[in-house]
Design a protein. Sequence first.
Length: 434
Amino acid sequence: MQIVLIGTGYVGLVTGTCFAELGMDVVCVDKDKAKIEGLRKGVIPIYEPGLDAMVEANASAGRLKFVEQLEGTVEDADAIFIAVGTPTRRGDGYADLQYVYAAVDEAAALAKPDAVLVTKSTVPPGTGAEIKARIAKSHPEAVLHVASNPEFLREGSAIEDFMRPDRVVFGTDHTKAEQVLKQIYYPLEDKATIFATTVIAAEIIKYAANAFLATKIAFINEVADLCEAADANVQDIARGIGLDERIGSKFLQAGPGYGGSCFPKDTLAFLEAGKRFGVDLSIVQQVVHSNDKRKDELADRISSLVGPDLEGKTIAVLGLTFKADTDDMRESPAINLVNELHERGAIIQAYDPQGMEEAEKIFGNKITYCDTAYCAVENAHALTVVTEWNEFKAVNLEKVKELMAAPNLIDLRNLFDPQRVRELGFTYSSIGRN
Ligand code: UDX
């Protein structure tokens, strides 16, 4: 099986590498020359545990190649996966499909008959049909089958998610395409349900899954607010409702609000898709609003311990990435928090195990970049934990307290045991645990 991946971003690189790991011949194509040259030398442009070793092993075995051009590569492919970016388009929140269509045009001109053209990128419902119409118009001679195969990979555990997925979903409108995709995913058949459906359904499944998960998070975050007011522990509520199998215990961790490259972007694009089909997705609308508001109000949690005037106060921020085990800061709650603290005149000292490089691009000289958690808390009037990195769970709190100017601890991820930190002398606030 010959597979071509167009786009070596997060999804393309992980997917291509995992296909190679499953024994297929994979070529990853990207127009970014520097990235491809780096990948050929084993330089992985993203932080994803286990990916570097897997790339190296498969590249050495000759199953995984990196090239800059589609021409000379795609002609032999049985399946061409499009994994280019679909950023939020400015103005209307819709997914910007220009890179997808550019890839479609290029592939359609070169692919062999009966090849399957698969969208891996998250695309709005109806895109598969548009791709089909586009090819019919621009390359009527091409015999390409259009399919959709959404990804459900989480950053930080993407390889595990690929190799042991809950399910593989793909949509095709042609038996030939269905056969090819079934063959590609055959090695995962004993580990996961392989669900074949229509293209439009596969496209909606991706958005609906992410919107539903975002809803779960926004819901538990609002319940956390209620717990703070009513003096209950949100973790008890999450356990109490999560034991009901219809609800499930996952994705019920209250925190600073969801971020990342998927939930914020996909919920907006889903809303826009609703509008296009004349359907009011009011629940998703409310989820987006609730999450945005939550992220914008994080600085108030610090003020409630330190006092309303943060001018000249030193605030330590531990964790900048949108979650642990990634260097990704896209839509991270830390961005809203840091910007608001800066606006209020606070001095910000920050540390993240993997996110410092990205952080510098976003914050410039707004903050002081520290090499360790201990350096970040020096003379701080408050410490805020934004990301649930394991190394923060193991931090020496006695030492932290000694280094701080005032022992205020705002734990936005509920990493610490409230009783213990209070016994250590901290004034402590966490999420949904009054
Ligand atoms: C998500 C989906 O999980 C994945 O299936 C999809 O393909 C891409 O989007 P990812 O963005 O990598 O993956 O991270 P995820 O682990 O899902 O977390 C997303 C956000 O929700 C993070 O900001 C995280 O901190 C937050 N979150 C998650 C919570 O606040 N509480 C939870 O219980 C779970």
